[in-house]
Design a protein around this ligand. Sequence first.
Ligand code: HEM
Length: 437
Amino acid sequence: MSARVAPANSPPLGLVSPFLLAAPFGLVAAGALLAAAGSDTFAAINVPHTVAITHALVLGWVTTLMMGALYQLGAAVIGGRLLSERLARFQVVLHIGAVALFTWSVAGWRTGLMPAAGGLVVLSFALFAANVAHALLTSANHSLPRLGAGLALSWLGIAGGIGLTFALALNQAWFPITQGRLAAHAHAGLAGWLAMTLLGVSYQLVPMFNVITKAKPFHGGAVLAGTCAAIALFAIVMAFDPPWPVRLAAAMLLAAGPTAWAVDIVRLLRSRSKRRLDIQGRATIVSTAFLGATIVVGLLAAIGEPVAPAGEPTRLLLAYGILGIGGWMGCAMVGNSFKILPFLLWYHRYRPRVGTAPVPVVGDIYSEAVATASLASLAGAVAWLAVSALAGSLTGLHAGGMLLAGSGLIHFAGMAHTFLPKTSSRDVPSRVPVVHS
Ligand code: HEM
C-alpha cells in the first residue's frame, strides 16, 4: 500500500538540510576512529573504541540521515503535520552535540559522563519522535511507510531506553552487560529502528523513484509486522545468552522478514518502467546485495566460535556490523539523500519560477558523478573493511577507516554541491501544462 504523495506539505529546506549536511561527518568521525583502532579490536566486540565507532556510525551518520529523511517523508509522503518546525530546528543542534559528546565519552570509557551524554541523546530521540509521531497520527492514509515509521519510532524508544540503562549500569555497577544483553540492545537499534524505517519507506520510495506502476509490494504489511515480532523475540531470547543452536534459530527468524523484503524489492525493480537506473535505483541494488552478505555473516556470527575464522568470533561480529550498517543501511541512505535534498531544493527554490523561466529539473540539481563516487567509495570501503575484519587484519581496518572517512567527505561534497545555482538541462523553457478544451 503506497501513500498519496503531497509535495505541498514539504517542510522548509532549512529544517531538513542540516541533518543531511551534518550526517556525513558521522561517517568521517567513524572512519577516523577506525583508522586509529588498537590491537584489542579483535579481542572483543565491546572494547570502548569499537563501541565509539559503532555509535558514530549508527547515531552520528545513519540515524541523522534517517531523521532528516523522516521529517521530509512524514510530511510530504505520509501526509501528516509535524508538531513543530521550531522544535525540529532545535533538535538537530541538540542531536549533533549530544552524539558528539556521547561518542567522546564512550571512546574514553568515561562512565561518569556517559549517563548524562546518553540522556541528551535520548532527549533528542524523544523530541524527534514526538514531532514525527504527530505527523504519522495526523495523516489520513494507511500506507506501508506510515506503518514502518510508526513501528521504527517505538523501537527507537526501546533502543534508547536500554542504551541509557546500560550507561547507568556501567556508572553504578548495577549488572554486568553480557554479550547477549548487548545483542538485545544492538538489534533493538539496528533492526528495530534503522531496518524497520528502511523497510517501510522503501515500499514507497523504490516504486516512486524507479517508476514502478504495475507491480505492487507482496504482503508488505505482513513483512513489517512479522519482522517487528521477530526482533522482539530475538531481543528477549538473546538477553538470556542462550547456546548457539537457539541463537541460530532466533537469527534465522530475524532474517526471514528482510529476506522476503529483499526478494520483493528485486521483483519490483525488475518491473520498472524507467530502464536507466539513477543513483537511487543503483544504491537500492548495492544495498540489497549487502543485505544478502549481512544475513550470511550474521548467521555465522550467531553460531560463533565453531565457524569463526581462526576461532575468533569478534571477526564475524565486526564484519556483520560493517556490512549491515555501512553496506545495507548506509548505501540505501546515501542513494535516497541524493533524491531528498535535490527535490526539496527544487521545490522551494525553482518550482515558484516554473512557467516563467527555464528551470532545472530535479536531476539537474545534483551531480550524478559525485553521487556515483559517493556510493562507489562507500561500497568499496565497506567491502574492504568486511574482508579485513574476516581476515583479522588491523592494517586493513586502518586503511578501510581512511576510505570510509574519504567517502563521508565525498558525500558531504555531493550534498553541499546541490546548493550551487543550477541551470536547466532542457532547451525549451519549462511550462505548466496547459489543458485545451
Ligand atoms: C538507536 C540507536 C542505537 C543503536 C543502533 C545502538 C547500537 C549499539 C551496538 C551495535 C552496540 C554494540 C557495540 C559494540 O559492541 O561494539 C551498542 C552498545 C552500547 N550502546 Fe548503543 N545503540 C543505540 C543507541 C544508544 C544510546 C542512545 C545509548 C545511551 C543512551 C547507547 C548506549 C550503549 C552502551 C553503553 C553500549 C555498550 C555496552 C557495553 O559494551 O558494555 N546506545 N549499541
